[in-house]
Design a protein around this ligand. Structure first.
Ligand SMILES: [Mn+2]
Length: 355
């Protein structure tokens, strides 16, 4: 109930009487519920869990401190909230404005006459600092991705398709202990590696291809995310040059990681190796993100970021060079910010792996 208490403290400080939460990761963080299609209604004194009969048993096990309400017994969520609030003194109701859909918003607005307060990233910001238990889950997820990487590189050979490798990679993560829902992996090759979020295709691996693997898994809902770019055969001079610049960008960024530093400063550091080269125009400015229950969560790192690194936050660092019709290189590590610097949770080498 620690996370609920933190949210309720925020509500008190900001004169919010009730908070309606629908985003799956926020629901999980506040209630410990691991399923889907449910929302929370939090007041200063009570916590309500809004779901349907598919999930009542699961919710009663996972969220014993919540009162379970079957919202489908009402016309809609709005009428359900009206009923919940019958005997509670509420005039302000906050909601996640970048998540709650228009229909739900309209239904609530029609049924109650509270002030509806749109909010962004309130719970996400509470989620930035990870507890020891959260860190343990993230560390386990990172270990699984690294072990799966060690397995998949043995399968990368001329003639095998991207799709086949992507399917095996997902399987390896589950076999290594991931939750059984790894998210869509990026596993692309050759000139396709310049597609930042390319989808694995039926293309077969060819000699001389870069193969870019950007993937991760979940452990108890907590995510890992790593990228390595390997080469099949021997690299050309240009492939070597681009790879080494990228590696330098990553390692310079890592060298700056410590509590208190601004994310913008790390971005500036990351582009030093390519500043006076033709490759500057081929880098992507978003070079990392927070990670936890969501794959991409605040704070985001780039030239316009105004955030600083905080102790016990977890994030990715992933500069990259993407040259259309030629190919791209990205190396991505997941790191934990510690008192004196950082701990790299991705323990696979940054050196170019030749297969
Ligand atoms: Mn990432």
């Amino acid at each position: 109930m620690k996370n609920v208490t933190q949210l309720q403290r925020y509500m008190t400080e900001n004169n919010i009487h009730a908070f309606f939460i629908g985003k799956r990761e926020n629901v999980r963080y506040i209630s410990n519920y691991t399923g889907e299609d449910s929302s929370l209604f939090i007041t200063k004194e009570k916590c309500f869990f809004l779901t349907d009969p598919r999930y009542t048993e699961q919710a009663s096990i996972e969220c014993p401190n919540f009162e379970i309400i079957l919202w489908k017994n009402f016309k809609n969520i709005g009428e359900c909230i009206k009923e919940i609030c019958k005997n509670i003194d509420i005039t302000t109701l906050a909601f996640e404005s970048n998540y709650i859909n228009y229909n739900i918003y309209e239904n609530i607005k029609k049924e109650v006459n509270f002030d509806l307060i749109p909010t962004i990233d309130i719970i996400e910001n509470i989620r930035i600092i990870k507890s020891p238990e959260e860190i343990q889950n993230i560390r386990a997820a990172c270990n699984i991705t690294c072990r799966a990487f060690e397995r998949i590189i043995k399968d990368i050979k001329v003639g095998v398709t991207e799709k086949e490798l992507a399917a095996k990679l997902s399987m390896y993560m589950v076999l290594e202990g991931a939750d059984t829902q790894p998210y869509g992996n990026i596993l692309i090759s050759g000139t396709r590696t310049s597609l930042l979020h390319g989808i694995p295709s039926s293309k077969a691996i060819e000699y001389g291809d870069f193969v870019l693997l950007d993937f991760g898994c979940q452990v108890n809902g907590y995510m890992s995310d790593m990228t390595r770019t390997v080469i099949v055969g021997k690299p050309t001079e240009k492939q070597k040059e681009v790879y080494n610049l990228e590696k330098e960008m990553l390692e310079l960024s890592l060298s700056k990681m410590k509590p208190g530093i601004s994310l913008k400063e790390i971005y500036e550091e990351s582009i030093i190796p390519i500043k006076n080269t033709e490759y500057l125009k081929y880098h992507y400015k978003g070079i990392g993100h927070g990670i936890g229950l969501s794959l991409h969560e605040p704070p985001f790192m780039g030239p316009t970021s105004s955030d600083i690194l905080e102790i016990n936050s977890v994030r990715t660092i992933e500069p990259g060079i993407y040259i259309p019709n030629w190919g791209g290189v990205r190396i991505e590590d997941q790191i934990l910010i510690t008192e004196n610097g950082y701990e790299n949770l991705t323990w696979i080498t940054h050196e170019l792996i030749e297969l």
